[in-house]
Design a protein around this ligand. Structure first.
Ligand SMILES: [Zn+2]
Length: 214
């Protein structure tokens, strides 16, 4: 990643603390300011997977157009009511955190909103993750720990790779592995639209950031 834009790379954050003591920064994750106004009212129910994916793809597109992050979005929904619990967009560069993939942001937001680290905890309705692109190696791992019961994907991993993003060392048969843990996986929902956002990002010359491969 080249240091494009202010404060995206390599700027050390000053940390204050008692003299002689080691102090560390508080890590904060904040959604871009435009999201609140962009979302429909909280009472809106999203009745089917395409309806949910349409919102998620729109978030990914907006994230690109506003320049607030990469071409990826995700959201956690309550499967019983179809309501949005929390959105997430890719914030890796802005948050200076490699973990700030859209799915991770959506999990973090949903878990803070619901007051639990487990979206499948006792007394909770079933939750699903809707993501504009199939999860990478990291997000698959997080999905297994998140408590969601279903993952709905738009574009495929090869669509992300086609514009230069790396999906990481994903295990073969990941879909079956998640299903073995009781997490249903649904693919190719509005794949063309989700892929369109990836292509638009590349066409704009967006930053393609990856872990080192070797
Ligand atoms: Zn990821």
């Amino acid at each position: 990643v080249r240091g494009r834009g202010k404060g995206t790379t390599g700027r050390r954050r000053r940390v204050t603390g008692a003299p002689g003591r080691t102090a560390f920064p508080e890590v904060r994750l904040r959604l871009p300011g435009w999201i609140g106004a962009f979302l429909p009212p909280r009472s809106r129910a999203y009745d089917d997977p395409e309806d949910r994916m349409r919102l998620v793809v729109a978030l990914a597109r907006e994230n690109v157009e506003r320049g607030s992050g990469g071409p990826f979005a995700a959201a956690v929904f309550d499967m019983r009511t179809g309501r949005l619990v929390a959105p997430g967009v890719n914030l890796v560069v802005a948050a200076r955190w490699c973990g700030a993939h859209a799915e991770m942001v959506a999990f973090a937001m949903a878990q803070q909103i619901l007051g639990s680290h487990d979206l499948g905890g006792p007394g909770m309705p079933p939750h699903e993750l809707v993501t504009s692109v199939e999860p990478c190696a990291m997000c698959l791992g997080a999905a297994a720990w998140s408590g969601v019961r279903r993952i709905v994907c738009g574009a495929r991993e090869e669509d992300a790779r086609a514009i230069g993003f790396d999906e990481g060392p994903k295990m073969r048969g990941w879909k079956a592995a998640l299903e073995g843990r009781g997490i249903e996986v649904v693919r190719d929902i509005l794949r063309g639209e989700a892929r369109g956002v990836l292509r638009a990002y590349r066409a704009r010359g967006g930053i393609i950031y990856n872990g080192r491969s070797g």
